[in-house]
Write a protein that binds this ligand. Structure first.
Ligand code: GDP
Ligand code: MG
Length: 441
């Protein structure tokens, strides 16, 4: 989705004049991308109208740059589409609160409950997990296993069959133990049925949650709208977590559909593991979607996983703006590393959307490896130069021969470099992210 929209915007940037035809083509491309991503037709239609309105209003002002106006309008509209403009309840440390999770079976509630606890724990919260799912066999064992892995206290029963009773007992227990984030996991059943909604209503009435989080699987796409509405009718849903955003083309549809119910999306799940969980920030998300990268998120993550003594140099060099081939090589190395480091580097502006599109990671990796083989045949001077003109015909031929690739391959690699250098040259580092102010212990 992000790829096609940013491509549409880029195509527009290449046009010498932005006239009605260029604007129409661009809007058509964006519309197609959104519809393909399963976004509701009405939303797409409204968005198209809003962009047109924004553009025609602003073009009357003298000296406005049409491209920027259009790009800004696309950004704003995508943000509006996903932002219900209603801030969710946020738990406060030391102030006991109950958070109840609801959603259909298989949507990812139990997994997400644990991720939610795991996310808050290092921030000084004292979470506790209550298993009020008495419907599914093995539900308590699953929660127990997850909770133990995350080192979060849990409560449940193998014998009690009344979910309301367990929920109340668990909440009581954790209140006494001074937990300030009491999380209640509930049952889901297979489909939306009256009994499930009645159970949710009762558990909610008995535990008086400060926040009810509706968990849904992103692969359901637009059906998210009806599902979210159905849950909202029985319990007061205060926020949404969308799971399985890894590898689903329908993620955009699910997000926009749930946003249409006017509930804020607070996190997204991006994998089965505990740490594969991200704060959902609309602006950041849309920026990433459009290939504008996510520098603040990136720096946060770096501080989380890169050893402290390596941080200053890495952050500093990445933000210095002198984007050499060597720096690209090092980022490729990072990108190929498995696990969290690889994931972090996929957040780098320009890297994720183009080089490693979701679902095409294998091809992306092969391409990166190919590029690196070619760079292995380059001299230090070539790697450290940020002047693309240095790579003249004879140098290109030498690199091609040295790496057993064709001249075309080398030129492709250099094109990639130019593209990334351009993205990186445009990035302006916010003051508080200046490496010199970055707080490194
Ligand atoms: P519940 O029935 O709602 O409690 O759902 P579970 O937590 O048991 O999750 C159902 C399945 O989805 C499990 O296999 C989870 O590992 C998987 N799952 C949950 N969240 C994610 C996610 O964000 N990404 C992926 N890929 N799998 C997930
Ligand atoms: Mg469960």
């Amino acid at each position: 989705l992000g790829g096609s929209i940013s491509r549409a915007l880029a195509q527009m940037s290449n046009a010498t004049v932005v006239d009605e035809k260029v604007l129409s083509d661009c809007l058509n491309e964006i519309t197609r991308a959104l519809l393909q991503a399963d976004v509701r037709f009405q939303m797409v239609r409204d968005m198209q109208a809003n962009i047109r309105r924004a553009v025609s209003l602003e073009t009357h002002a003298a000296g406005t740059d049409k491209r920027r106006v259009i790009q800004k309008a696309v950004f704003t509209e995508l943000c509006n589409m996903l932002d219900p403009g209603k801030p969710p309840f946020v738990p406060k440390k030391g102030k006991q609160c109950v958070v109840m999770f609801v959603g259909l079976q298989g949507s990812g509630k139990t997994t997400t409950c644990t991720k939610y606890a795991h996310y808050h724990q290092p921030k000084g919260f004292k979470p506790g997990l209550v298993c009020a799912d008495t419907f599914r066999a093995g539900a308590f064992d699953q929660l127990k296993q997850n909770a133990s892995k995350a080192k979060v206290p849990f409560y449940g029963s193998y014998t009690e069959s009344d979910p309301v009773k367990i929920a109340v007992e668990g909440v009581e227990r954790f209140r006494k133990e001074n937990c300030d984030l009491i999380i209640v996991d509930t049952s889901g059943r297979h489909k939306q049925e009256a009994a499930l909604f009645e159970e949710m209503r009762q558990v909610s009435e008995a535990t008086k949650p400060d926040l009810v989080i509706f968990v849904m699987d992103s692969s359901i796409g637009q059906a998210a709208f009806d599902q979210a509405q159905a849950f909202r009718q029985s319990v007061s849903v205060g926020a949404v977590i969308v799971t399985k955003m890894d590898g689903h083309a329908k993620g955009g549809g699910a997000l926009s559909a749930v946003a249409a119910t006017r509930s804020p999306v607070i996190f997204i799940g991006t994998g089965e593991h505990l740490g594969e969980f991200e704060v959902f920030d609309v602006k950041q998300f849309v920026k990433r979607l459009l290939g504008l990268g996510d520098l603040p998120g990136f720096i946060d993550k770096i501080q989380e996983v890169v050893p402290a003594d390596q941080q200053p140099d890495l952050v500093k060099r990445l933000t210095e703006g002198n984007f050499t081939l060597r720096l690209m090589y090092e980022q490729f190395q990072n990108l190929l590393k498995m696990g969290s480091i690889g994931q972090i580097f996929s957040m780098l502006p320009g890297f994720s959307s183009e080089l490693m599109p979701k679902g095409h990671e294998k091809e992306g990796q092969a391409k990166i490896k190919r590029y690196m083989t070619m760079m292995d045949s380059m001299t230090n001077a070539e790697l450290d130069s940020s002047n693309p003109k240095l790579m003249n015909g004879s140098r290109v031929t030498r690199v091609a021969r040295g790496s057993g690739r064709t001249v075309r391959d080398v030129l492709d690699m250099l094109e990639e470099y130019k593209r990334l250098a351009k993205v990186w040259g445009k990035i302006k580092l916010p003051k508080n992210l200046d490496p010199r102010n970055t707080n490194v212990q």
